[in-house]
Design a protein around this ligand. Structure first.
Ligand SMILES: [Zn+2]
Length: 446
């Protein structure tokens, strides 16, 4: 990659070293460690300071994909130039990035190749009640020389920082737990009640020392378009933003559909367009991966009086909008359907046996290390906890995935007996048989 002169991309300002180019790609693909962040920032700053564009090397030829650095007060972003929207010269021969390039932008609902191989590493829960105001590439992260180099080998599966924040909130609101049917009140949960639970949980997180997340969090998409909304006024009125953070707000949106940069809220016609790419875990068929619960982070750009803009977003697929149980793929959604069916079977046929379903969002610690089972069943008999069972939805058969499972499955077995479900188990002809196998296994274990 290289830095070329703005408006004259055939003129090279400086070359970008292979190491720096790789760091820049990892940063954009959300796979960066601190060192990468610093290197990426240095490249972007150089381009901005020398009035340059960044030319990608993912394709050969005389004209190559270009990006320009955009600087807001504390944050640099890199904007991909496309012929139609951003290229001031409206070059007809402006190519887009190669499909395997992290900067590749897809106009359909397909994820990039980088995101598709993204496996979520088990992350331990963060032991603080502090919600990072704006976990983005910021101007003040350049000074990282005092830090020891990272020895982290599993960087390819680091979840998005904003995603971790959303999981913390879902976890705190127990949105990832399905209580036994025997214990559930008659009233049916709705989207509204789930969003209310999330707002309540947000009271226990602080964005800055004296301001709770609940104050800066909206679950009503129309607030974004209304500068006089209470939410926008709350963001404006926080008196003590630290120097390292900028005034920021959060929104949780129930969405049926997302694209590369747009979120289509359920409660609003139209969409909200995010400045950067909407992050999401990508597995299986992305066209049918929704619905989603999306955490969006807003700020005001350079000027405190400018309108709020959505700067980044993380979309968590959920089972359905009226249950809002997080899942990672369509296949996990099918597996969860089977578990919900099993709950019902036991309620009717063996009501003494209660099943609590948990979708762990964070890693569990075992004697051999961390793991994150796909689902956990807590089985109680006559109200007394009897057994913890692990359900693994083994949706892939790539060597990478199998290698990862070879490590984590033995750890899961330290937590409890393990039941594996593979995609062929849930095709129509097999699902009833699998259901019987599962319920028989649960009875054997309890
Ligand atoms: Zn590229």
């Amino acid at each position: 990659m290289r830095i070329v002169l703005r408006h004259h991309p055939s003129y090279q300002i400086t070359d970008i070293s292979d190491e720096d180019a790789a760091a820049l790609k990892r940063w954009y693909a959300n796979e960066a460690d601190d060192e990468d962040d610093a290197a990426a920032l240095a490249v972007i700053r150089t381009a901005a300071a020398r009035d340059g564009w960044i030319e990608c090397d993912c394709i050969d030829g005389p004209v190559r994909p270009l990006m320009y650095p955009r600087r807001d007060e504390h944050v640099y972003t890199l904007v991909r130039m496309t012929r139609a929207a951003d290229d001031p010269q409206a070059r007809f021969d402006r190519p887009s990035h190669a499909e395997n390039c992290p900067f590749f932008s897809e106009k359909t609902f397909e994820g990039s190749a980088t995101d598709k191989k993204f496996m979520l590493r088990p992350m331990p829960p963060k032991p603080t009640a502090y919600f990072d105001p704006l976990p983005a590439l910021a101007e003040n992260i350049a000074d990282r020389s005092r830090k020891p180099p990272s020895t982290n080998s599993g960087r390819s599966d680091r979840p998005s920082a904003l995603g971790i924040q959303l999981w913390r909130l879902l976890h705190a609101a127990r949105q990832n737990v399905v209580a036994p049917l025997q214990l559930r009140p008659e009233t049916t949960a709705s989207i509204t009640s789930h969003l209310r639970d999330l707002r309540l949980a947000a009271r226990n997180f602080n964005v800055v020392r004296t301001t709770s997340l609940a104050r800066l969090l909206s679950t009503w998409p129309a607030d974004f378009f209304d500068a006089r909304s209470r939410w926008q006024r709350n963001i404006q009125s926080v008196p003590n933003w630290p120097a390292s953070a900028r005034p920021t707000g959060f929104m949780i949106i129930a969405a049926k559909l997302i694209t590369d940069s747009k979120i289509y809220p359920l409660a609003l016609p139209g969409f909200i367009e995010v400045v950067s790419r909407v992050r999401r875990p990508l597995r299986g068929d992305l066209k049918s991966c929704g619905p989603y619960l999306v955490l969006v982070n807003f700020d005001r750009g350079d000027d405190d009086d400018s309108p709020l803009r959505p700067v980044q977003a993380y979309a968590q697929p959920v089972h359905a909008l009226d249950t809002m149980i997080p899942v990672e793929s369509d296949f996990e959604r099918d597996v969860l359907n089977l578990l919900l069916w099993a709950q019902l079977v036991f309620l009717k046929a063996a009501p003494r046996i209660e099943i609590r379903i948990t979708k762990p969002l964070f890693a569990l610690s075992t004697a051999d290390g961390y793991c994150r089972p796909d689902f956990i069943l807590d089985i109680s008999v006559d109200g007394r906890h009897r057994r913890r069972l692990i359900i693994e939805a083994l949706g892939f058969d790539t060597p990478e995935y199998e290698g990862q499972k070879a490590v984590t499955l033995p750890r899961m077995k330290l937590i409890g007996p393990l039941f594996e479900i593979h995609p062929p188990d849930l095709v129509d002809a097999m699902s009833l048989k699998t259901g019987r196998r599962l319920t028989g296994w649960i009875i054997d274990q309890s």
